[in-house]
Design a protein around this ligand. Sequence first.
Ligand code: 2HG
Ligand code: ZN
Length: 460
Amino acid sequence: MTDPRVTELAGLLPGLKLSIDAGDLEHHGRDWTRRWTPAPMAVAFPADIAEVQAIVRWANGASVAIVPSGGRTGLSGGAVAARGELVVSLDRMNRVLGFDPIDRTLTVQPGIALEAVQNAAREHSLIYPVDFAARGSCQIGGNIATNAGGIRVIRYGNTRQWVAGLKVVTGHGELLDLNRGLVKNASGYDLRHLVIGSEGTLGIVVEATLWLTSPPLQTQVMLLAVPAMDALMKVFAEARHRLRLEAFEFFTDRALAHVKAHGGQDPFDTVHPFYVVTEFDAADEAAKDAAMAFFELCVGEGWVVDGVIASSDAQASSLWRLREGITESLARHRPYKNDVSVRIAAVPAFMDDMQRLLAVEYPDFEVVWFGHIGDGNLHINVLKPAGLDNDAFVAQCEHVTSMLVETLRRHEGSISAEHGIGLVKKPWLSSVRSPGEIALMRGIKAVWDPNGVMNPGKLL
Ligand code: 2HG
Ligand code: ZN
């Protein structure tokens, strides 16, 4: 039966597309975590800013919780609607609104896919450099709400660096126009940066102006086979010293085995414990020579035992696929995900400690490591054994997470590097943020969203 509040909203906004179709509720009520049963009251598909604003104002009066919804490719439950919320999907607000060649900015609606933003930038011979495997499905509004990172952070930083302006409807229904594309704007608190990474708890991003940049002239992609964990960071130090890096990513033999089972092409004849896929500028002979010198040095030192340089775009994509295909190849094993970070310099000591901890605590579970090692960001996926009940599995993993948190504390790291806190990491927020910080975060939330309608229960 339709919730009377949905009928009321439909009466108030007759032009608004609303759905209570069971398929829509399920689809829009969940993200890639698949841990919670989707149960929104309805899904609203606003077509413009005015409709978003009217929905938020109505939600304040009717005490309805809102879950802003982008591509829902998140891995922390930030876009889950499991408690009768109204999902506000930005799917219909998916257009490019403008390009400014002098400012080199692209203005877009929030529901546009990351890949469409990248393509629009290329039409002007520029790039929007934030990039990750979910590019085809994730949306820019969600990227901004989570300050998405990905595979090129080492060169270009996180989403935050690329947001020149934001229009936001606050939890109270007010429309803010933040920063308006200014490069310099020394006028007090930069509210744009509060919204970036706020996980939909302060307001809804309804328009974004993004900075674009020049593409690298030419890059090369190299896959390296690394025999031991302690060699990984030595290879990284050399790569960073000698090459202009676009990406430096690692994965283990376990990760590769899963990708291969999904059609990934392994160019090596034998299995190696670790792999690095790196992309770097190779615009001229000097840069190419530097890459060869880097490779030979690593082989000479015994840090690398085999390697391939892509000789075509197709081969570069197939090497990248070995790294980018990992999440998808693991999905059917219902993995418990850890997304942790430490300072880059602390990676070797942290990895030693963590490997020891995981070997003791997960003797019977398959543990798959990969990630953005050049950013100090590791993804540790623990795969659910086929016969084990999911709740029991999650409970066991969360017990280990509490120990992992202690290891992270010793190394001054974070329990969430790039996926966000959402619902999944909420119990451990206080391991990275002090009581004073959390009190301020709550205070900020109360000012932006006094009636607590914006994504309640997430993050805080
Ligand atoms: C990646 O780096 C994503 O591929 C997903 O952040 C990580 O699936 C994961 O754990
Ligand atoms: Zn990642």
